[in-house]
Write a protein that binds this ligand. Structure first.
Ligand SMILES: [Mn+2]
Length: 344
């Protein structure tokens, strides 16, 4: 039986904080580890070499795809596992090892869990197990070429780059790259979405709303052909509208989208907040609107946590229960609050 080789590919710059954690998490699973350094001034290179990686140097030219492709060019594996330095493998070593007896004819999706500073955990799936021939495109938020079918693998990474300390150091760079990309391609809704997300994670919901508005204007309402980023787009746009006090705009945006996203606990969770905040801002509407907020969060509990892109762990479980407990306590429904307390 043929044995296929597995390479790890990583690009890095000034990742001394975390690169050893990343490399050690996969060292025993892959046949080689290739790091392309794009200009570190800290100990990244020495640490990566000491952890067993081969390090190559390329000049940084404001283009993530180009840097990742340089790493792929140096990989000799039939398969390549692509990791960022601020990620690490938490489970699924067996699934990666199984690639040794699998022809490199599909693209493997892995699950990536990202804790955020508000205490939540965001889940996404990304194509990170690639046939060796695959290459990336995109200056920022680079995407690999999909070879063969996409297949979900039982592999899980964790990523700490959405924590506030880490975001602060990368924020300026990412925004600058997005602005460069938008100057070349101003009608690209995905780039506007990414710019909005950069503001959103930096806790600037007003700036985020401006980008989300552009993305919405350029992409129209959700439909069966919507791209995977549509789910985090609708959820975070709704959240940012609520955070900036634009509750009527939030509801106007949500109502037509509800038809498409009623089965998303993340959407229902934010809809509940939009409705409750709207009721608080407009007391005369409370008899009508508060039960709708309650209904949205009850729907979350019956849906359970979703596995849609950008889903937050708890929006279909304990976070919805907590929102309902707070609501029931504030309107004096102590028995209902008590029943849900154990879930929250
Ligand atoms: Mn990261």
């Amino acid at each position: 039986m043929a044995t296929y080789r597995i390479s790890l590919a990583m690009i890095a710059r000034d990742e001394a904080r975390c690169i050893v954690r990343a490399l050690e998490s996969v060292r025993d699973v892959v046949d080689e580890m290739v790091v392309v350094d794009t200009g570190s001034t800290d100990d990244t290179v020495a640490l990566a070499e000491a952890a067993g990686a081969t390090v190559h140097h390329v000049a940084w030219v404001d283009d993530f795809a180009q840097a990742k492709n340089a790493a792929l060019d140096h990989c000799s594996g039939d398969w390549v596992l692509v990791l960022d330095a601020d990620e690490w493998l938490v489970s699924g070593a067996e699934a990666v090892a199984a690639l040794r007896s699998t022809e490199p004819g599909f693209t493997g999706l892995v699950e990536i869990a990202s804790p955020t500073s508000d205490g939540n955990v965001t889940m996404i799936r990304q194509a990170r197990v690639l046939p060796g021939a695959a290459r990336y495109t995109g200056r920022i938020h680079e995407q690999p070429e999909i070879i063969g079918a996409e297949r979900q693998l039982d592999v899980r990474l964790e990523h700490d780059g959405y924590l506030a300390e880490q975001l602060a150091s990368k924020e300026g760079r990412n925004r600058r790259l997005l602005e460069l990309a938008l100057a070349e391609d101003p009608d690209n809704p995905f780039l506007w979405f990414q710019l909005a997300r950069a503001h959103d994670v930096a806790r600037s919901p007003e700036a985020a709303c401006l980008g989300f508005e552009q993305a919405y204007r350029l992409s129209g309402p959700s439909g069966p052909d919507s791209p995977p980023w549509r789910h985090p787009f609708v959820v975070r746009y709704l959240a940012c509208l609520v955070m900036t006090g634009r509750t009527q705009d939030a509801i106007d945006f949500a109502v037509p989208e509800l038809e498409y996203w009623h089965g998303s606990a993340d959407f229902q969770f934010m809809l509940g907040h939009a409705l409750l905040q709207h009721a608080i801002a407009n007391p005369e509407l409370q008899p009508e609107v508060v039960p709708l907020a309650e209904q949205a969060w009850q729907t979350c509990l019956s849906l359970g946590d979703s596995d849609l892109p950008g889903a937050v762990v708890g929006h279909g479980s304990f976070l919805a229960a907590r929102a309902l407990v707070d609501l029931y306590e504030s309107i004096g429904r102590e028995a209902d609050a008590e029943r849900l307390r154990r879930l929250s």
